[in-house]
Design a protein around this ligand. Structure first.
Ligand code: HEC
Length: 142
């Protein structure tokens, strides 16, 4: 009996402690990836391009001095951010996160719900090479 409770303790506690976080977001659920693809083409592809490759010469600035849309396909630095940060960038935009932000990445929280944002992340991750995908999953667990 004692062992039974010990067993319960060991198996249940980590679940109770960590269950509030749904990160990291994986690309495993095909339905989520497809939903993300739809939302992406509706809301994101105009700037980040249909194939997620970003604006041409994305490291330069556009005519009004703002940054251009970077690639989200794993060739930029998107994968250096954990899921929590990526979720916030998409939900609130950089204006909410960076003081005096003048750029063009505004939030979508009024049009896309949290689940939708996570689906977009699943879709984006489906473009990433395996090594950066795995790395980013690790940093998203913290
Ligand atoms: C009006 C153009 C525009 C639209 C539409 C847009 N973005 Fe962006 N996005 C940008 C720009 C420009 C940046 C770079 C921000 C900066 O440095 O000022 C950016 C940055 C980002 C970043 C940070 C990337 C990184 O590598 O750090 C993510 C993630 C992102 N966008 C996701 C999205 C998603 C998802 C959507 C659709 C829901 C979207 N964006 C729609 C212009 C846009």
């Amino acid at each position: 009996m004692k062992f039974f409770f010990l067993f319960l303790f060991i198996t249940l506690i980590p679940n109770l402690v960590f269950s509030h976080s749904h990160y990291p977001i994986t690309k495993d659920n095909e339905e989520n990836v497809l939903k993300g693809k739809e939302l992406y083409s509706q809301y994101c592809s105009s700037c980040h391009q249909r194939d997620l490759s970003g604006a041409a010469n994305w490291k330069s600035f556009d005519e009004d001095g703002h940054r251009k849309a970077p690639p989200l396909n794993g060739t930029g630095h998107t994968w250096h951010h954990p899921d929590k940060q990526l979720h916030s960038i998409i939900k609130y935009g950089l204006a909410e996160l960076v003081e005096n932000y003048q750029g063009k990445m505004l939030g979508f929280g009024d049009r896309i719900d949290d689940k939708g944002i996570d689906n977009i992340l699943s879709y984006i991750k489906s473009y990433w090479k395996e090594d950066i995908y795995k790395y980013q999953l690790e940093i998203s667990k913290k």
